[in-house]
Design a protein around this ligand. Structure first.
Ligand code: SF4
Length: 886
């Protein structure tokens, strides 16, 4: 490792890849950490682009009170006073913290300690509630605590991996690459998902089940295993309670494969093939993620999966485990410290002995009496006035929560809103009375825990910019200002970590979450801490739990939980006949506050889309690439149609990333119903009754400018902003007449200067204009009612030049690039900027393996995230016999 290079951790997903980073000013060169056991040197497209996200543009660099700059003491004192006033008048449950899986463990620990131990309420919940809460409850019911049994090595050595509602190829790409490598050695893959995702595309078997029929399928599998005699009676007798109750529950329904296949909407032969494969393969890992968890039956789904593994004894053994994969980089850290309203701290709940123990440890004046408000309930309490003061840390609930329009109304009505974030403008920040500047990734220093319980150091690469501070320190300063100084007197993150590690070991006779050996860690040892999996013993970390068949229940036995199959919380009907499923795309993360800074990550899915099956699209006149309305009882969004048989008939899919700043009409979460699991509180993001209609724009166009714009107020337009290398692309469409276009044009060319190239085309009601300053392009505006529009990447490339050539000016007037087609296909490989046409050309030229396409085009040769998509193009385009020969 070179001088100045720092080993740290990727801030995106729960894989928790190690990164080696070399800062240079605010620039950063990154590569995968070859010694990190999560990724062994690999990074996906998001991790590879981290260097594009560390600039200071858009950062919040000083505290603000009601829009004016303030000092830290002013801001901290005001927050403390407003919270104290609300508590004094209305009690501790009148305040709340909404926090994030982007926080480090030290941040989480500080926030949880302040809320539960000193304010005396449990109204602190994390946005991990939206991702993993159902798995947490299922773990607690089965194992006695929120314990993830397996490790990534299990994914390398399993003979069968079942992906249950988990598109690993897009959401956990580096882990998927590990499993692809195992598949080349003979591992089998089965995907249970209504959508034919990239994970499903290359799998041995894809069960495209009907929405919300997972419990029926997993119960059917367990019944089949019982019929075959494939359950492990010896393991059950020694280590598992509840088998008889589950058996009795299964007997309540027809569990024949034919009945299960019919209810789940999958071919009987495929279902039987899955049952047989599962029965015959002891080394099986069942991965489950958002597709299972984000449901009003999320806990039941998790329990049904855990039941199968407990009944077959496939747990605590190499290559055999149920494995819940987390979405965020430190969702696990929040679950461990108590960042969820439903646990107290350190895997302790609200029973009297645990409350007394934690209060003793903290030396606190009071302790939360019971669970607090879960995320959706918390914002309902904000809306109905029960919450008087709210602090949002490092997250964007105005975009990410279901029925997000109502969340905005709640934030607007809340008497006092504090937002601590690294970005100055987020949809949530606009509601803040007090804005507190937090450190961003690259400036933070602390620890995160990934999906396999591995704690890694996230290390500082840059000095804190402006007045930004660590989240734990901001919380501690407010705690001190509230009069709790002695308990929040830390000076370094290592001190917070030590205290946290001590709590895990405190009076610990039975809790597996134990970091005891790290509780005296020195500053130097903390700086040098190598990735380690908890429980941490004197001998080191622990890769796999339950190897001795003992669980964290009072008698050491695991519990199977009887669960019945139910339909979705909200049924489709004639008015809303489709099931809307929301989720992630490959190259974006959450609400784009970070990935929106990296143009290379905006190419693969540049704008909001709705994926729909041809059988649903055609009768409605919905065509590929055209703007489409998606409506639910909660609201409406407008997105580009992607017509694809990868979507199950009767369902549509929309990504969840776009915000007010990037595509106000393309936001999907305002459409999502607030239905949620009764026990976990996790919302049903995977199913809301919906309908779709063509948007039928009367004109469209785009502006490319050096700066980002938003549509002028008062015009009812659809617009999207797509970051490019040296400029910003803005796509517009509307349903108005010439007056609407004129009003937009007037706003967009205001102050553009006189050096302009302009062409009007009356035949298409089109206009093409380019504005220059000192020979350099500043803005390009194209509008048309009936004409075609040129490829935007050609025009965006012109912004990189110092001046326009005569040929460029002529091409601008003609409206098409010399020698290139009008409109162009999507970018497949974000790292190498390779578009679909080039890959298709390579396939037509005889490249019929992913590696061969890589040799010709370089696509798929860097991070590999696009390899499943290249394989799909090969499968679609190359003749079968040629593929087989290859
Ligand atoms: S898989 Fe990608 S996003 Fe996830 S931690 Fe690794 S590099 Fe980051």
């Amino acid at each position: 490792m070179g001088e100045g290079t720092v080993r740290t951790a990727c801030p995106y997903c729960g894989v928790g890849c190690g990164v080696t980073a070399t800062p240079d000013g605010r620039a950063l060169a990154v590569s995968g950490d070859a010694d990190h056991p999560a990724n062994f040197g690999r990074l996906c497209s998001k991790g590879s682009a981290l260097g594009s996200t560390t600039r200071l543009e858009g950062r919040l660099l000083a505290p603000q009170i009601n829009g004016r700059r303030a000092t830290w003491p002013e801001a901290t004192t005001l927050v403390a006073r407003k919270f104290a006033e609300a508590i004094a008048r209305h009690g501790p449950d009148s305040v709340a913290f909404y926090v994030s899986g982007q926080l480090l463990t030290e941040d989480y620990y500080a926030a949880n300690k302040l809320m539960k131990g000193f304010i005396g309420s449990a109204n602190i919940d994390t946005n991990s509630r939206l991702c993993m809460a159902s798995a947490v409850v299922a773990h607690k019911l089965a194992f006695g605590a929120d314990l993830v049994p397996g490790c990534y090595e299990d994914l390398d050595i399993a003979d069968l991996v079942v992906f249950s509602g988990h598109n690993a190829a897009w959401t956990h790409p580096v882990l998927f690459r590990r499993m692809e490598a195992a598949r080349a050695r003979g591992q089998r893959h089965v995907v249970i998902d209504p959508r034919r995702t990239d994970t499903a595309e290359g799998a041995d078997l894809h069960l495209a089940l009907a929405p919300q029929t997972d419990v029926r399928l997993w119960n059917g599998l367990l019944a089949d295993l019982m019929r075959r005699g494939a359950v492990d009676r010896g393991y059950i007798a020694a280590h598992v309670d509840g088998f008889a109750e589950v058996e009795a529950e299964l007997a309540q329904a027809d569990q024949s494969p034919a009945a299960v296949a019919a209810d789940c909407g999958v071919p009987l032969a495929d279902l039987e093939a899955f049952f047989r494969l599962f029965a015959e393969t002891p080394r099986t890992v069942s991965l489950f993620s958002m597709g299972a968890n984000q449901s009003a039956q999320g806990v039941a789904k998790g329990s049904a999966i855990l039941n199968v593994h407990l009944a077959t004894g496939r747990i605590g053994k190499p290559g055999a485990a149920p494995f819940s994969i987390t979405g965020q980089p430190n969702a696990m850290g929040g679950r461990e410290t108590g960042g969820m309203a439903t646990t107290l701290a350190g895997h302790m709940d609200f029973d009297e002995p645990a409350r007394a123990r934690v209060q003793r440890f903290w030396g606190s004046p009071r302790i939360a009496a019971g669970p607090g408000l879960k995320a959706v309930d918390m914002f309902e309490a904000v809306a109905d006035g029960r919450i008087k003061a709210l602090w949002v840390m490092a997250t964007n609930p105005a975009v990410s929560l279901p029925d997000a329009g109502r969340v905005r109304e709640a934030l607007a009505a809340c008497p006092f809103v504090v937002v601590s974030d690294c970005m100055a403008e987020t949809d949530t920040m606009s509601f803040a009375d007090v804005k507190l500047p937090a450190l961003a990734w690259g400036e933070k220093d602390g620890t995160v825990t990934n999906s396999e319980r591995r704690i890694s150091r996230q290390r500082r690469l840059f000095a804190p910019p402006g007045e930004a501070r660590a989240d734990w320190r901001i919380v501690a300063d407010v705690g001190k200002a509230m009069g709790f100084g002695d308990a929040f007197g830390w000076h370094a993150s290592a001190q917070v970590f030590r205290e946290w590690a001590r709590l895990t070991a405190y009076e610990n006779t039975d809790r597996m979450l134990n970091l005891g050996p790290l509780s005296g860690i020195t500053l130097d040892a903390y700086d040098a801490l190598e990735p380690v999996q908890w429980p941490v013993t004197a001998a080191g970390g622990t890769p796999r739990l339950f190897t001795d068949g003992r669980f964290q229940t009072p008698d050491g036995m695991a519990r199977m939980v009887a669960v019945a199959a139910r339909g979705p919380a909200e049924a489709t009907d004639a008015a809303f006949p489709l099931s809307l499923n929301t989720g992630r795309v490959r190259d974006h993360w959450h609400t784009m506050t970070r990935t929106g800074l990296a143009p290379e990550l905006c190419r693969h899915a540049p704008e909001p889309y709705v994926e729909i099956h041809p059988a649903d699209a055609e009768p409605l006149g919905i065509a590929e690439g055209r703007l489409t309305r998606v409506q639910t009882l909660q609201g409406e969004a407008i997105a580009i149609a992607r017509v694809s048989d990868r979507q199950r008939p009767g369902s549509v899919f929309m990504p969840m990333h776009w915000t007010e700043a990037f595509a106000p009409s393309g936001r999907s979460n305002p459409l999502v119903a607030r239905s949620r699991d009764a026990r976990s509180g996790q919302p049903e993001f995977k199913h809301t009754p919906a309908r779709v209609r063509p948007y039928r724009e009367t004109w469209r166009g785009f502006l490319i400018a050096r700066e980002g714009w938003s549509a002028p107020k008062g015009l009812d337009l659809v617009w999207r902003r797509i970051p490019q290398g040296a400029c910003q692309l803005h796509e517009f469409a509307g349903r108005g007449d010439q007056a609407e276009r004129d009003a937009l044009r007037k706003a967009l060319i205001r102050g553009a200067g006189d050096d302009a190239v302009r062409f009007e085309d009356p035949a298409t009601a089109g206009v093409r204009e380019a504005f220059l300053a000192g020979g350099r392009l500043e803005r390009i505006l194209f509008l048309t009612a009936t004409g075609r529009l040129p490829p935007r990447d050609w025009l965006a490339e012109l912004f990189a030049a110092d001046s326009l050539t005569a040929e460029d000016r002529t091409a601008l007037l003609i409206g098409r690039p010399p020698g290139r087609a009008v409109e162009s296909g999507p970018v497949i490989c974000a790292c190498r900027n390779v578009r679909a046409e080039r890959i298709e050309g390579a396939i037509a030229g005889g490249a019929v393996t992913v590696d061969a396409v890589g040799e010709v085009t370089s696509a798929g040769t860097t991070c590999g995230s696009c390899r499943p998509e290249i394989a799909r193009l090969i499968a679609a385009l190359a003749p079968k016999e040629v593929r087989h020969a290859a």
